[in-house]
Design a protein around this ligand. Structure first.
Ligand code: GLV
Length: 311
């Protein structure tokens, strides 16, 4: 991690970073250190489980370096009186950028053309050989209309798309109006969208929301974008549908099995894959570190924090 974003925190706390050249501690290393710690800063893929919290006898706050917090047993943290915080603000716009970028890429076949143009004899320059789909006039279905979903909708509206969304709660009327967005049932969203974007957290309700059944309801020209969490999609069912061309394409920044992309996906040309880079910009890495730091400092000073659990 860049140290710059942690400068405030380092002034006030005794911060232990992973050794030079390493990005993170292993679970075992954290288990060894946790009895001493009052604060843990965790990454989106680091399991903050019961064992760890039981061993963290001095632990007061887990400050997650992510908007999502499905890596943390929040119910158990609450039971133990441990505050959990996250970093929604800095994550919103860059994640929406990647969702928009993947959508544009898949629909206009940018990466596909880029790859084939470099291989002698692979590309055709004929007018009908690299056809994609225009964004203008198409319907984007957003599953999970929180901050990231809305930031994506803003970008899509600027590209002339119509927005339908599926969410636990309805947006305020003025926001719906501004985003040209309409709340629909999940099934209507799946059947009527040209592009479906997942922008919801991973919970028991959203697990495999994209599965054999929902994929079979999609248009044959549908595109699926996932910048949220991998397990929202039954990845093997998706790979089968892409292989059999039952849908047009997919853009994925996250994968069901963490950092292991299914072989079945790797073989396909109609899926664009990126290694969870939704927030990976120079600016945002430091902004997230500063946000994490502020959550920690403010927690001990009894000021406002981005709470995940209410104690
Ligand atoms: C990234 O995946 C995040 O949840 O912030």
């Amino acid at each position: 991690m860049f140290r710059e974003g942690y400068s405030e925190l380092m002034k006030k706390f005794d911060v232990v970073f992973p050794p030079e050249g390493r990005e993170s501690f292993t679970y075992e290393e954290v288990m060894d250190m946790i009895p001493e710690a009052e604060v843990l800063q965790s990454m989106y893929n680091f399991p903050v489980d019961k064992n760890l919290m039981d061993k963290g006898v001095n632990l007061k706050i887990v400050s997650n370096y992510a908007a999502g917090f499905d890596n943390i047993d929040v119910a158990y943290a609450t039971e133990k009186g441990i505050q959990v915080t996250n970093t929604p603000d800095p994550v919103t716009e860059p994640t929406a950028d990647i969702a928009m970028g993947l959508m544009l890429d898949v629909m206009r076949r940018v990466s596909d053309c880029n790859r084939r143009l470099r291989i002698p004899g692979e590309i055709s320059w004929k007018l009908l050989d690299n056809l994609g789909y225009s964004l203008w006039g198409k319907t984007l279905g957003i599953i999970g209309m929180g901050r990231i979903g809305q930031a994506l909708a803003r970008r899509a509206v600027a590209s002339g798309m119509n927005i339908v969304y599926y969410n636990r709660t309805r947006l305020a009327e003025d926001i719906e109006h501004r985003l040209n967005a309409r709340l629909v049932s999940l099934d209507e969203l799946i059947t009527s969208s040209d592009v479906i974007s997942l922008n919801a957290p991973h919970t028991s309700h959203t697990h495999h929301v994209i599965n054999e059944r929902t994929i079979n309801m999609m248009k044959p020209t549908a595109v699926l974008i996932n910048t949220a969490r991998g397990p929202l999609v039954d990845e093997l069912a998706l790979a089968r549908a892409l292989k059999e061309k039952r849908i047009w394409g997919a853009g994925l920044d996250v994968f069901e099995f963490g950092h292991k992309v299914s072989e079945e996906l790797l073989e396909l040309d109609n899926v664009i894959i990126t290694p969870h880079i939704g927030t990976q910009t120079h600016d945002v890495r430091n902004e997230m570190a500063a946000f994490v730091s502020r959550n920690i400092i403010n927690f001990f000073e009894d000021k406002e924090i981005s709470k995940v659990n209410h104690l």
